[in-house]
Structure formats: structure tokens, C-alpha cells
Design a protein around this ligand. Structure first.
Ligand code: CU
Ligand code: CU
Length: 378
């Protein structure tokens, strides 16, 4: 049985936290949700995978690859502000749910640093997570059908990890293989399949790696795009299995609970009820789109928005897999779907997994339509 806890945890210094806050703020202004896209540098053979052994220091800030390397790639910055243990919960920003804008160009490069960090998953509840780019979920990625996507996973953690993109048709033994601590692996794929897809660590036991926070979403727009909408949000559902309450010391994964699917928390974008305190905005008459991924590791999402209908649904995000005017739609663990809805009057509209154990454990958020006050329990 491999060790499930990182042998060493890096604490986050105030300076680094400040850098994260600055960068996340900057990325927010840019509407980029923490993702930096590099220009097309060309010259990378399709579907290549290679490891490099250069040791890179752990750093949560964006930095270009060292000059002189054959390829340049921009860093993926932390996906959201994950407060350090000495920060108050009030300092926490919600995970940015807005879909990052599509960048120009047909080739995109991402460097994702695996980091062992202590994050907060509910008010006052700390968790020793394994993260893509410092957050759970990792950053949302947005490309279009036919784009070439080059991923570099740099393992700044204590044990081997990997990154499996469901959007890729590629040999897993080559592209999704383990990357040892201190090493990197780069592979490319062409995003020929449109939709909304999960990415995650595939290193055994996968249950532990996903439960520890190693998942995220990639949106691949179909050729010509889906119909235009007024606002688009990305929601990643997942559950957490805690070894202790996380209040006096950070929790790690409890594999017995995980195997028996008895989570302590179930969340949207990694944090208990965060969009109840920070509702997603909308206005009457707008069309709102949700890109939903069920990361699990084991729970499905029964997506439902209280007080309206799901006007249009694209299962897996495929144009030919459509439903109209439905109340609740299953998003299976490891799957995704796209939902359009609208609201007929101002108010607070909860979005949930209608499997209500999930709501009880934190998987509920609100859309605030118009200028309404207060909150709503559900
Ligand atoms: Cu992993
Ligand atoms: Cu998978």
C-alpha cells in the first residue's frame, strides 16, 4: 500500500500568498481564471511525450520556462486563492466559476505544476491536498475543436503523479504515465472531440489521487461554437473524505471512507457551499450556461437548478446529444454536460445535485438573479 500522505508539506509563506493574491487578481481582471496561454511556438510533433529531468523549484507564481529551452511554455498559475493555515476564512475568495475566455490561435501550451498544499475546503477545515497548480479543482482550460493542446506536468510534489485528459485520444501508457518528483512530462493532443471533459491524476490508487484534489475541467468548443449565451460558468462536483475534522490539524484522505463512498463534504469547485455566500450573478432574460463536470472520485451529479428548467442540454457537450426542457440530468462520475437555462423573475435560485445527501454535505450554490438581498437555504 503506497503512502497516501506527502512526506513533506510545503507551508505557504505570506510573500507567496501575496503573490498568489496578486496574480489571481490580475488573472481575474484579465478574465483568464488563472490560466496563461502561450503563443504558438510550433515545432512540436503531434502526440509527443517525453520526460525531462531538470529540477524546477516549487513556485506558485507564473514564470516562463527558462530561456534557451527548445520550447517555451507559460506557467499555469494557481487556480484560485487557497488560503494558508494562518489566514482567516473571511480572506477566502470563491473559486472563480466564470468560463475563461477562448484565446486566439490554434495551438496552446500549458505548464501545470503539481503542488502539495494545505487548502481550505469548508470554513475552518484544512486539508493536505495534492493539487494541479495549487488549487482543487485545478484551473479550467478552454480551447476549441481542432486546437492542438500541449500539456507539461511538472511534479513539484513528494510522490509520483500523472495527468489524464479525457479530451485526448492518446496512448495512456505513454502520455498519462507517472512523473517522478522533480521531473516533468510533456505531451500534445489535438482536441478533435468537442465537449466538457474531466482531467485528473491517474496514478494508483486513483481513488486517493482524485480524492486528494487532483481534478479539473477542460472545455472544447465545437466548430462554430454553441449558441451564444450571456454568461457561462464551470462547475466541478467532487467529494472529500477526511481522516480527521481538519480543524486542529489538516486532514488527509481516509481511504476506508473513500472506498465505502462516505464523504464528509461534497462540493462545487472544491469548497463547501461557496456560492451560497458568493452567488453567481445573472439577470432576468439572460441565457446562462453551466459546464458541469462530475469529478467524483465516486459521486455522480444529478444536476438541477431550483425554480427553472434546463432549457437545452448537451450531454458530454456534444451537439448531437441534446435534450430540451428537462428538470434534472445525470452527469456521471468522470463525465460532463452543458446546460443552458434562464430565469423568469428576480430571485435566488439554488443549483444542486438533486441527490440530497450531496446538498446536505455542501454541494449547493445560488444564482442571484437581479438585485435581491439575503440568502436562501436549501
Ligand atoms: Cu496524483
Ligand atoms: Cu478518467
Amino acid at each position: 500500500m503506497p503512502a497516501l500522505k506527502p512526506e513533506q508539506r510545503r507551508s505557504t509563506s505570506p510573500a507567496i500568498v501575496a503573490a498568489i493574491v496578486f496574480l489571481v487578481g490580475f488573472a481575474g481582471i484579465a478574465g483568464v481564471m488563472g490560466i496563461a496561454l502561450a503563443k504558438d511556438n510550433g515545432g512540436t510533433p503531434s502526440a509527443t511525450a517525453q520526460t525531462t529531468t531538470s529540477r524546477a523549484e516549487a513556485t506558485p507564481v507564473a514564470e516562463p520556462e527558462p530561456a534557451g529551452t527548445a520550447q517555451k511554455a507559460d506557467e499555469v498559475v494557481p487556480s484560485h486563492h487557497t488560503p494558508a493555515a494562518d489566514e482567516s476564512p473571511a480572506a477566502r475568495d470563491p473559486f472563480p466559476a466564470t468560463l475563461p475566455p477562448l484565446k486566439p490561435g490554434n495551438e496552446h501550451r500549458y505548464t501545470i505544476a503539481l503542488k502539495d498544499v494545505t487548502i481550505e475546503i469548508a470554513p475552518g477545515v484544512k486539508y493536505s491536498a495534492w493539487t494541479f497548480a495549487g488549487g482543487a479543482p485545478g484551473p479550467a482550460i478552454h480551447v476549441k475543436q481542432g486546437d492542438k493542446v500541449t500539456i507539461t506536468l511538472r511534479n513539484d510534489g513528494a510522490i509520483p503523479h500523472s495527468i489524464d485528459f479525457h479530451a485526448a485520444r492518446i496512448a495512456p501508457n505513454r502520455a498519462f504515465k507517472d512523473v517522478a518528483p522533480g521531473e516533468s512530462l510533456t505531451y500534445s493532443f489535438t482536441a478533435n472531440d468537442p465537449g466538457v471533459f474531466m482531467y485528473h491524476c491517474g496514478t494508483p490508487p486513483v481513488l486517493a489521487h482524485i480524492a486528494n484534489g487532483m481534478y479539473g475541467a477542460i472545455v472544447v468548443d465545437p466548430k462554430g461554437g454553441l449558441p451564444k449565451v450571456d454568461r457561462a460558468y464551470v462547475l466541478v462536483g467532487s467529494e472529500w473524505y477526511l481522516s480527521n475534522d481538519g480543524k486542529t490539524a489538516p486532514a488527509s484522505v481516509d481511504m476506508v471512507k473513500a472506498r465505502h463512498v462516505q464523504p464528509d463534504y461534497v462540493t462545487w469547485n472544491g469548497y463547501f457551499g461557496q456560492y451560497k455566500d458568493n452567488p453567481l450573478p445573472a439577470e432576468v432574460g439572460e441565457t446562462i450556461r453551466f459546464y458541469v463536470v462530475a469529478a467524483g472520485p465516486s459521486f455522480d451529479v444529478d444536476f438541477h437548478v431550483v425554480g427553472t428548467m434546463l432549457d437545452r442540454v448537451w450531454l458530454d457537450g456534444r451537439k448531437n446529444h441534446t435534450l430540451e426542457n428537462v428538470q434534472t440530468v445525470l452527469v456521471p462520475a468522470g463525465g460532463g454536460a452543458v446546460f443552458d437555462t434562464h430565469f423568469d423573475e428576480d430571485g435566488l435560485y439554488p443549483f444542486v445535485s438533486h441527490s440530497f445527501a450531496s446538498v446536505d454535505l455542501g454541494q449547493v450554490g445560488l444564482v442571484k438573479v437581479g438585485d435581491v438581498k439575503g440568502t436562501m437555504s436549501h
